[in-house]
Design a protein around this ligand. Sequence first.
Ligand code: GCU
Length: 610
Amino acid sequence: MDAWKTRKTWLNMFSRLPGEAARTPEETARAELNCFLESHPEESCTLSVREDMGEDYILTDTGVTGGSAGILYGAYRWMACRALRVPLPSGKQSPACALRMLNAWDNMDGTIERGYAGRSLWFEGGRFSYDPARIRQLGRMLASVGINVLCLNNVNVREPAQGLISETLDELASFAALLRPFAVRLMVAVDFAQPVREGLDTADPLSPEVQRFWAEKAKKVWEAIPDLAGFLVKADSEHRPGPHTYGRDHADGANMLARAVAPYGGVILWRAFVYNCLQDWRDQKTDRPKAAYALYQPMDGRFCENVILQVKNGPYDFQVREPLSPLFYGMEHTRLALEVQLAQEYTGHQIDLYYMAPMWEELRAEMPAGSVAAVAAVTNLGRDDNWTGHPFAAANLFAYGRFAWDPASDAEAVAREWAALSYALDESQRETLVSLLMSSRAIYEQYTANLGLDWMIEPGHHYGPNPYGYEFSPWGTYNRADRFGVGVDRTSRGTDYVGQYPAPWRELYEDPEKCPEKLLLFFHRLSYGHLMADGRTLIQRLYDDHFEGARRAEELSQKLNTLDLPEPDRKEALERAALQVKNAREWRDVLNTFFFRFSGVPDAHGRTIY
Ligand code: GCU
């Protein structure tokens, strides 16, 4: 039952699960440190709290100075560095943004939307159901990497989750209390139509009655949980209710809620994932990636101070390869949150290995300075003993915390640190593990969605290849492959999606000769004979990548087999690697066959295509 207690997360290297006594982050820091010093008698460390330092901290060889939360972050960092015998970070450490959130998509029936690590850690059977010790351990995991907000229910708010801010508010408050000693605050996803659920006949944001409803609701909720971070809202998106139902726009909707929560310091995280999910596939003018910018950019400057527009990293939906959403360039007068997805919905279901930090380094390179006020990640956690399904998927949670705190982090260094904290491997084995992580995204991309050709995935569950799966569907996700070529023309001659980007991006994406190769088929429709930079034709490149990606997946599995991992991590990782190899072959053969049948062009190297 408690098998999770014996699993090697990155925490187990330097201390044990603290008792219930700690009530504040400072007390937690002291308890953790005492524990650490017992097993490291050669070390000494004193903690000094300086309230004005907030989340910041400073480390020395023998001390941690930090604010009320910073003292805890500093203590964890100090212990990790000492355990690993690496230099302490020098100077004052401050987070890049104040809100570093995890969004759980947990339903109250215990399922998790896009969850690949078992059932919910805190819901079951329509109510709260959890092991408090495990929630404390979760708090430690989050605090140890500086994550400070947890939104605990699915953005698709379904009954009885609406009750979290009414009938079950007390239980929500008890849950919040469990995480408080770890400086983790709660957030709740709310239903825009909550007033209707509670007896009003409208949820119109301009109705005084609705405004009163939310003002009273906020008062009650913040009375119960004074440090609640805010509400997260998915409105007018994939059939969720929203202001559009009442002929109002999203500034009207978000601002109404923002005014209700402002007296308590609450924020409204308003998701920008809005598009027409009932598109006619015959319609070649509508282009889904354009939807969010078209809707929100004209509203720039109209949102209240405490509204944060939460934007997925790309304009589609957490695909393997997307350009940065153009909203990050076009909303200078609006606070934005960057949303990424640790749950491997489109990236291998925590079966295929997929370390995400290299992607965040790429995002950083495209992100204009100062455009991000907060970060959110859809979690990859669940009730599995190892927390994340694939034991290595924990590296994504660890790295997310690190990058959220410091976007200038180095993906490889973070992977190395995670590996060293999690497993007692010798140096060469550790380097093998690091190299497996570091190559994993590129390999997955190569056998699935090379050149930015997204969405060729099985519809619904999103694992495995199906190039026709979304082709005649209403979701706005088409590859438009035919016997002449493949891709959607998003240049000024086509849907003009590129027009939503400023210079120099627009010019770069517009021209197939300058467009980064990884995004070539995201922006362009090209013939199979199109010559790539290295002289290969497009069709040959598609074949080569799929063959190469599947081969590298096999190699990855062989390397993994050489690692002396503890059980059951080894077994779990190897079982998944075997499934990944099968999946990669399937992608290779299905996609190659699909393109061969359209193009009629044989593989230049005579390899088998069906
Ligand atoms: C994706 C995902 C959904 C989710 C949605 C969202 O479309 O498949 O399960 O609800 O994103 O981010 O809201």
